[in-house]
Design a protein around this ligand. Sequence first.
Ligand code: ADP
Length: 601
Amino acid sequence: MFAPALSQPARETLNYSGLVEAVRNGEAQELLWDPDLRKVRVTLPDGRRSVVDVFSENPVLIQEAAAAGVPLTIQDSSQQRALMGLMVNLLLVVLILVGLGFLLRRSAKAANRALGFGRSKPRLRAENDIKICFEDVAGINEAKDELQEVVAFLKQPDRFTSIGARIPRGVLLVGPPGTGKTLLARAVAGEAGVEFFSISASEFVELFVGVGASRVRDLFRQAKQQAPCIVFIDEIDAVGRQRGAGIGGGNDEREQTLNQLLTEMDGFEDNSGVILLAATNRPDVLDTALLRPGRFDRRVLVDLPDRRGREAILNVHARTRPISPEVDLAAWARRTPGFSGADLANLLNEAAIVTARAQKQCIEDNHIMDALERVTMGLPAAPLQDSAKKRLIAYHEVGHALVATLLDQASDLDKVTVLPRSGGVGGFASLTPDEEMVDSGLVTRARLQARMAVSMGGRAAELVVFGKQEITVGASSDIETVTATAREMVTRYGFSSLGPVAWEGNQAEVFIGRDWLQQRPTYSKDTAKALDEEVQKLAKQALATACTLLSGHRPLLDELTDALIEQETIGGDQFRAVVDRYQGATAPVRDSVRGLPNKAG
Ligand code: ADP
């Protein structure tokens, strides 16, 4: 192309007349003329070159060049430029096409994603990923025994099919959260050495109607390809609730999903090697169609562990942690009634964290104690400085502790402290849980009354020591507890003068959409009034019992409070020793409390 040559630096600048002159004088060696650019490049005798702007028509220059015999070359760059323009345009078109293609691909991907939402996303675990066996699941032996059978079905199906037995399609694991249902399902897959698919039923439910159903189809399609395998559906009540139960009509999407689930469960052939395990803690709300034979026809109860179960679970989780030989896990199992497997695992994990923080090598009793308090009472807060407030809290807590120690039917005091905890807890008195009572669930009326009196111990101490005007709001949660207990005693257990009538159902069982309408009281206004009066009477009685006990032991109350303020924490044994010493020195106040025998004296 001509342009680069023209753009070469001209060492001498010529104008048009100079150029004509140079040509005429024979000083120009060569001329290169581009009419399109209207430029002439002239080569001078010493080899220098110069570019001169000229007219588009140059008869004079042509004549002079011809006359002087200077070679004149015409270069037409218009074609080159046209070609260049064409190429630039082509490049532009290509760029636009590439851009468009990119945009199209992006939107196609988005569309794919939108259309692929129907595919379920069960998490497939490869067999060697599953390291969980039955020995990792402790404390729920009955459930384990029942599921052994499922393992046998999966391992040796012929043993059953040869005699015409039909392998169960679905097993429903029922139990409170954290009791190890998921763990158990994994252990079944682990023991049988089969693939494990897991999905939470809530993942079926989406914004779009029909998505859930298509996810169910997809899940079963995948499962059938992988048979034999375990498919675990967690929280099945999210889709398996009774149809037509929602307020203001059923939820179409959920019902469609459930229908699809029912159809799929019917659809796969007997003995296909796919076994469904589902977990729920609300079996009562499940649709009956889901529970009929051929679907989830087996129910395995996975309940909260009892003392031995808790010990076994603690042992399982202690295997992977360095525990001091002095730690008695059986004792910890005794102190943790009502804990689920997950709670116990969490307790030991917290204990390990406490141990690491204390830079110790193995977990000791005090670390587990710390962890237990963190789990049940909250994190420790800064100790109180204000002595008036501390004294008030100390009286309140000693009130609880003393009533618990003096009443025969109350659980034993574990410890009392004025070290605050996060969440506004100024101090607390903890009792050793009565394992027999918790595990058997058989609580007597006297125990409930004693429990209420202990709860009222804090308010009673404030009343006895500071008087009516100085009582504080600190007892509000105690009062709530007492009211709830009293209400249950009257309305559910028949522990009042209103007789053995269940006035109210289990409040915890309210399930929007089915029980809601049934939860309206079935008694008259008069009965409601009588119930309230009975509840009030029981609560007042509890407070009176606590007040009588504390005012009868006022010097002891003061002594223990002083000790607590100084020591900040008093263990149950030490507390009982002080009470025993006091009672040895004074006459017992046995008859002072109506109907509730004292522990000592
Ligand atoms: P769920 O499915 O019943 O809500 P999970 O199976 O998810 O409970 O349990 C959560 C965790 O708690 C488990 O990973 C395990 O560490 C612990 N855990 C629960 N139950 C047990 C048990 N019976 N034995 C051992 N560990 C348990």
